[in-house]
Design a binder for this molecule. Structure first.
Ligand code: SAH
Length: 244
């Protein structure tokens, strides 16, 4: 019986793969990967390694989560080293925990290999530090997948009132609702916000605006994209280094 390595692929730039992930990928018998994991990484696998695409991106699952869970279980019965490759970090909105629980319930061994999360690295490539002395003392990473007007929301928006930096993942399609909600809870209309598309890749693009006008400016950016809200956005002017 094999073992499943729930592995972070980093945010896009292949150079941001950890050494541990890289070495495990080179030994893998089979790699199960998402849309967000840079496919260039697969070229590092050994000859004869099998690849299974499960195509999950935001809400458009090409394979339902319970089927992915069971697929990993079945693959571990047949192969020694199963790599489950996920964009960013496997446990930051990556459902790696659910996969691990299913494996454990079926007596399959697993390991987590952390990855560099887009939540920090994508703003960083755009020249936006998530914390900065004198500007912020905290940052919050939130799912933007849940529409803010949803009944029985699990997100406590009122808590964001005094937040310094807020990073929303999976939020582009709710950008208008998210910004309205932030204004509703008392953030100034001209509060700085950035949307970063395809971060850490050659197609990276950042759009800067205010809570009031960002939606018009950024709604048509290609995904994946994340949203950064906070005074740190202003640092981009001086710290931008990657985007041409
Ligand atoms: N586990 C991943 C996040 C999965 S949720 C991580 O740790 O990075 C998927 C969301 O991550 C996307 O909707 C987008 O908001 C964000 N994301 C991932 N890669 C990105 C990239 N290269 N550029 C911008 N946003 C990205």
């Amino acid at each position: 019986m094999g073992k499943v390595y729930l592995t972070g692929a980093g945010p896009g730039d292949i150079e941001l793969l950890t050494l541990k992930a890289y070495r495990t990928i080179q030994k893998a018998d089979v790699i199960v990967y998402d849309r967000l994991a840079n496919p260039e990484i697969l070229k590092e696998a050994k000859d004869g390694c099998e690849f299974v695409y499960v195509g999950k991106a935001d809400s458009h699952h090409s394979l339902p989560q319970d089927e992915i869970n069971e697929l990993l279980h079945q693959l571990a019965l047949k192969h020694e080293i199963v790599v489950r490759l996920k964009g960013g970090d496997p446990l930051v909105f990556g459902r790696g925990g659910e996969e691990a629980l299913h494996l454990k319930a079926n007596g399959i061994k697993f390991e987590f290999i952390p990855g560099i999360t887009s939540a920090i690295a994508v703003p960083e490539y755009a020249g936006i530090p998530v914390t900065h002395r004198g500007v912020t003392v905290s940052f919050r990473v939130v799912t933007g997948h849940e529409a803010p007007n949803k009944k029985h929301s699990q997100i406590h928006w009122e808590n964001f009132k005094t937040d310094d930096t807020i990073v929303f993942l999976m939020g582009l399609h709710n950008l208008d609702k998210i910004t309205k909600k932030l204004i509703d809870i008392g953030k100034p209309k001209d509060f700085p916000i950035a949307v970063i598309s395809k971060g850490t890749t050659p197609e990276e693009k950042t759009v800067i605006g205010t809570l009031e006008d960002i939606w018009q400016k950024a709604k048509d950016l290609p995904t994946p994209a994340l949203i950064v809200v906070g005074e740190v956005v202003k640092l981009k002017e001086d710290l931008s280094w990657f985007e041409k």
